[in-house]
Design a protein around this ligand. Sequence first.
Ligand code: FAD
Length: 457
Amino acid sequence: TTSVVLFTRDLRLHDHPPLRAALDDSRAVVPLFVRDRAVDAAGYAAPNRLAFLADCLRSLDAGLRERAGRLIVRSGDLVEEVCAVVGEADADEVHMAADVSAHAHRREELLRAALEAQGCRLHVHDAVTTVLAPGSVTPASSDHFAVFTPYFRRWGERPVRNVLAAPRRVPVPDGVGSQPLPSRGDLPGLSPGLPAGGEEEARKRLTAWLRDGITGYEEHHDDLAGDATSRLSPYLHFGALSPVELVHRARRKGGPGAEAFVRQLAWRDFHHQVLSARPRAASLDYRTRHDRWRTGTEAEEDVAAWKDGRTGYPIVDAAMRQLRHEGWMHNRGRLLTASFLAKTLYVDWRVGARHFLDLLVDGDIANNQLNWQWAAGTGTDTRPHRVLNPTTQARRFDPDGAYVRRWVPELAGLEGRAVHEPWRLPGAERAAYDAYPDPIVDLAEGLDRFRRARGRD
Ligand code: FAD
């Protein structure tokens, strides 16, 4: 028999259950990636992620070639392309990873029906893109947990499947047409500080993280300037690393840093299982359906200032500029910039979530939309009335101001924490920094506006 392995966002050879199952069942395997037209049409093909994806596909192809195989790449309607490849290879089975978005669910159903009509079976594998399958950790009274803490308790008790070694050989049949591999090229709008993608790069970073970073994670993860998180999120998003393998290796390492790190991987699983159970969570408020977000010219100007990193709040601007420059932002930055937009400026969180998805190399429907809902106070597990004060956050998480000086060069001459409040400088001194704008909003007024608005709920 011949099997097709459809890669989606599981672009690796290590710990890959669909590939293992296909190799166990078949003489030959067609490793296939289809650039899905529907994802492009929905506006999710952001340059940063396309570039990273190109790196991942090249790395996957290189890994397959070392194993006597190659990657087949197609583009267009995913269902049509898979069916065409099944026809060309005369395959009996297709293996793929389960995924959680509404689009992924619909696509799987359509694919199953189309393949059955062709006499071919679709096998969908769990615990490939997440540690545990969505729907496998449930409370007694519902099909999913809506709050993290009880979810995490149950999640931690569940066994995690064993890690699978990368295959030694992947025999690919001749005669299946492939497009050339995409390359990073000169996509317009690419962030200059974008990391390199691909499984090989991912594994190097993982090794370095386990050796040098994870031990201090619990203590330092919120330190904006210290940059003490793993930065593995884009590799997890594209599946260049297996979350299952990460959990096993972190647990083997042990200690408070590793435990705190595993907890974050559980947050990732948590958001995935919420989205799987409630597909509309990606765009629909859970709790506060009566928000009357600000719109109109003034709000639009505020949004533009927020996106460009010129709100006059240095910590907000530093984080927004990091996002544009690297296609990535520190989690603490994501929290405080999201709170600033949705609460202090009182602009619809979806506007901010969209901007993040336009730039984030780890941009992910489950993690982005649901974290935005958490920060905006509209989600399942959230504190709807809590507003993060950017200046307090700056003093706590960038105590010496080093993060701001790194990203807001106009203020680099200000020492220590003075960099967080340039508006406090005496007149003549403030004038020396006039390239940097005054605050676009008074924090007390923003807070008051938000509280009055939310009071209506
Ligand atoms: P680490 O701190 O090293 O954590 C390890 C891994 O755990 C991460 O790579 C990630 O996969 C997972 N993780 C950590 N925190 C979270 C979390 N809060 N929710 C879910 N998973 C988590 N993460 C994304 O992967 N894609 C997104 O599009 C995204 N958008 C976000 C938007 C907002 C408004 C907020 C507040 C958070 C968002 N996050 C998103 C979660 C988190 O900020 C990033 O996963 C993290 O900053 C990535 O950096 P890291 O790999 O160094 O994380």
